[in-house]
Design a binder for this molecule. Structure first.
Ligand code: SF4
Length: 387
């Protein structure tokens, strides 16, 4: 994969801007990139142009049979000037609850040695990454068999770790762990009414989660709540926000369920429901996630702005935690790759995706008016259902 200018035919030197200004040198399109020099820029905008004739008609030429290992072959273009602010580790797919719309199954556990290696390398960087997320869409990171040791790794340096979990067995799980100021939590909870919540998340989840809130309040540990909107709770955002406040929580973070895994099509919000939910989220001034942004050209999330890395439970660099149940969203194994190489690979894949996105997005027929940028990603990674 490499750049080629359609105006002057240059294949050697290009400038990419996306918060980090990067001068890319390569021998020819589709061959090894020789050098990448990064410098930070205050006025970011995603763009690529030819360094020879300054034309923006630049193509990302993808050769399907080319082994992408070339990206790793030369240390010289691996730069310390990365822009990654967050690493998301999907610690496991195992879960102690069984939500009706869980997108994924599995029982993989991210190898402890991979996590340790990445953390150790990170501490040696000029610009270490200081924010981490453990968990995300699926699985309960607290069920990782070595969670105690994993948490100790994050206790050894100045960082902030958000653990995304559920409250079903939280109080029991957490008792054995060393909770320092480095940790905070985000809980999945889907409905302000106990009975309705437990229909979605399983018996006793609601009451045990409220006990978990109380446990954390008593110890002065902060937490947020993550609510997955669907047909059964899209109009309960205000009620849920009130519940979170009453329980001493920080913010409510609404998100949207996907047509993946066990999700039945009739659980999804239709346009009208989603509009109502967006109105409520706006009125309450809640953090509006990418799910509630319109799918527009250049509407790019933190992954696509090259601000995040996602390592899945199988030990692979992957495109995004929301897509991790789609087999082809994996970018590749990270075994034997240094953290800077992984970051470089991550950036390369985003650049390629975004270059193609502009072209393909123009042809994409939005499946619904309220489709989000994530809908476009799911479509790009092979989801046939309209969402
Ligand atoms: S699905 Fe795409 S747009 Fe949504 S968060 Fe992931 S990478 Fe970003």
């Amino acid at each position: 994969m490499g750049w080629k200018c359609s105006e002057c035919g240059n294949t050697k030197s290009f400038v990419e801007i996306n918060r980090v200004e990067t001068l890319v040198s390569q021998k020819e399109a589709t061959t090894k990139i020789e050098k990448i020099v990064n410098k930070f820029t205050k006025n970011p905008r995603l763009d690529v142009w030819c360094d020879n004739c300054k034309s923006k008609s630049v193509e990302w030429t993808d050769v399907s049979n080319q082994d992408e290992n070339y990206i790793y072959e030369q240390e010289s273009y691996v730069s310390e000037n990365h822009n990654i602010g967050t690493i998301v580790f999907e610690l496991t797919n195992k879960c102690d609850i069984d939500c009706v719309y869980c997108p994924k199954e599995g029982s993989e556990e991210l190898d402890f040695n991979i996590i340790k290696r990445i953390i150790d390398e990170n501490k040696t960087l000029q610009n270490p990454i200081r924010h981490f997320e453990l968990g995300w869409d699926m699985g309960n990171p607290l069920s990782h068999s070595r969670i105690k040791e994993i948490m100790e790794l994050f206790n050894q340096f100045d960082c902030n770790v958000n653990i995304l979990t559920n409250g079903k067995n939280f109080v029991n799980n957490i008792k054995k762990l060393n909770l320092t100021d480095n940790f905070n939590f985000t809980f999945f909870l889907d409905h302000p009414d106990e009975k309705e919540n437990d229909k979605l998340m399983g018996e006793c989840t609601f009451s045990n989660t409220l006990d978990a809130f109380e446990y954390l309040n008593q110890r002065g540990i902060s937490f947020n709540v993550y609510m997955r909107l669907n047909k059964y709770n899209y109009n309960k955002v205000e009620g849920m926000n009130q519940l979170v406040k009453n329980c001493g929580g920080g913010s409510l973070v609404p998100t949207e369920i996907y047509p993946l895994g066990k999700t039945k099509d009739d659980m999804l919000m239709d346009d009208e429901m989603k509009r109502e939910a967006i109105e409520e989220i706006t009125k309450l001034n809640l953090n509006k996630s990418i799910h509630f942004s319109p799918a527009l050209l250049n509407e790019n999330c933190t992954y696509q702005r090259k601000l995040r890395l996602f390592i899945d439970a199988k030990g692979r660099l992957s495109f995004c935690h929301f897509l991790s149940s789609l087999h082809n969203s994996s970018i590749g194994s990270i075994e034997g790759r240094s953290l800077l190489e992984i970051i470089q690979k991550n950036n390369q894949v985003r650049i390629g995706f975004l270059k193609n996105k502009n072209r393909l997005f123009a042809k994409w027929k939005k499946p619904r008016q309220t489709a989000s940028p994530c809908s476009y990603c799911l479509h790009s990674f092979g989801l046939n259902k309209k969402w």
